[in-house]
Write a protein that binds this ligand. Structure first.
Ligand SMILES: Cc1cc2nc3c(=O)[nH]c(=O)nc-3n(C[C@H](O)[C@H](O)[C@H](O)COP(=O)(O)OP(=O)(O)OC[C@H]3O[C@@H](n4cnc5c(N)ncnc54)[C@H](O)[C@@H]3O)c2cc1C
Ligand code: FES
Length: 297
């Protein structure tokens, strides 16, 4: 009995320390109600939802870090995992971007402004941005993979003096697949923005080609630089090759893993890889940490 109690206390402490930025004595499985205040149609298959907690005390006290994620529930349908794509520097709301995929994502796409969802957040670890002060940052994103990086990118742009050069390379299949186009001007003026698509159209004047190839051309200097990459596995695979060719070490490269999740708080074992739980130890990992994971991953 005593052992069971101690184990439970240990697990609860572990969960609180690793996965949350604020002490919470509440039930971690209980979703908090939030109103969908705004819906942005990003592309033919992706929408961004701006949500505001109904409980005003929670609305005022809620804090999170760039890189953390949330579980969003559509009542009567189910719950799914999404990164917090808004920056904690932009207060009063949280945002998540949803690519239509299966049952929950399709149900989210059917919602209207004013509808209610359930949210369990913040979950998981975050980008170690304080360790990166004074460094150059290179963001390499593909498709919906830009969503978790947008939280960090906007956070760093809002704390611009803390970082040296900030470069963003963002690619998608076609111009119509690019998300967050309404923020490109800000990303371009406060940093450097390079866009590429696999296939352009009559209006496209930027680069045409895959992200890793453009990365090779742009050749960011690895000295005092951190690279953050997120996107389709094939893009990440070849971006890692180019980063290594440019001289980036595994410790200088970060990504977020999208293992399927259920509880999001280290209890169900759904996201377990070797000794790690992606929902607690991640989703943010350096490439050096990923190389330590079991080979089947
Ligand atoms: C940490 C994390 C952050 C995420 N952030 C985002 C985000 O910002 N935006 C976004 O659009 N999506 C994100 N995802 C993926 C998102 O959680 C899934 O697309 C979603 O759960 C699908 O739910 P569904 O009910 O629509 O699909 P389902 O009906 O559950 O599934 C449809 C099919 O997709 C498979 N599937 C479902 N989820 C995953 C997954 N994560 N990996 C591989 N296969 C899967 C199922 O096995 C099934 O075959 C994230 C996932 C994780 C783990
Ligand atoms: S999702 Fe349940 S342990 Fe990670």
């Amino acid at each position: 009995m005593l052992v069971a109690l101690l184990m439970r206390k240990h697990l609860m402490t572990q969960t609180t320390e690793k996965s949350s930025t604020h002490a919470c004595t509440c039930n971690p499985y209980e979703p908090k109600l939030a109103v969908i205040e705004k819906i942005i149609e990003e592309s033919w298959d992706t929408k961004t939802f701006r949500a505001v907690f109904q409980d005003e005390t929670l609305l005022d006290s809620f804090t999170y870090e760039p890189g953390q994620f949330q579980e969003v529930s559509v009542f009567g349908v189910g719950e799914s995992t999404f990164c917090l794509t808004s920056s904690p520097t932009r207060k009063g709301y949280i945002e998540f971007s949803v690519k239509r995929f299966g049952s929950v994502t399709s149900a989210l796409h059917e919602l209207s402004e004013g509808d209610i969802v359930g949210i369990r957040a913040p979950l998981g670890n975050w980008f170690p941005y304080t360790e990166w002060k004074g460094k150059n940052l290179v963001f390499i994103g593909g498709g919906i993979g830009m969503a978790p990086m947008r939280a960090l990118l906007n956070f760093c742009l809002d704390n611009r003096a803390d970082y040296a050069d900030i470069m963003t390379l963002y690619g998608a299949r076609t111009p119509g697949d690019l998300c967050f186009t309404y923020e490109f001007e800000e990303w371009r003026t406060k940093g450097k923005l390079y866009l590429t698509v696999d296939q352009g159209d009559d209006t496209w004047t930027d680069h045409v080609g895959h992200v890793p190839g453009y990365l090779k051309e742009l050749a960011p200097n690895p000295e005092n630089t951190i690279a953050i990459t997120c996107g389709p596995p094939i893009m990440i695979k070849f971006a890692l090759v180019e980063l290594a060719n440019l001289g980036f070490t595994n410790e200088q490269i970060y990504t977020t893993l999208e293992m399927k999740m259920k509880c999001g708080i280290g209890k169900c074992g759904r996201c377990n890889i070797g000794s790690k739980f992606v929902c607690l130890d991640g989703p943010v990992f350096s490439y050096a940490e990923i190389k330590e994971l079991p080979p089947e991953f």
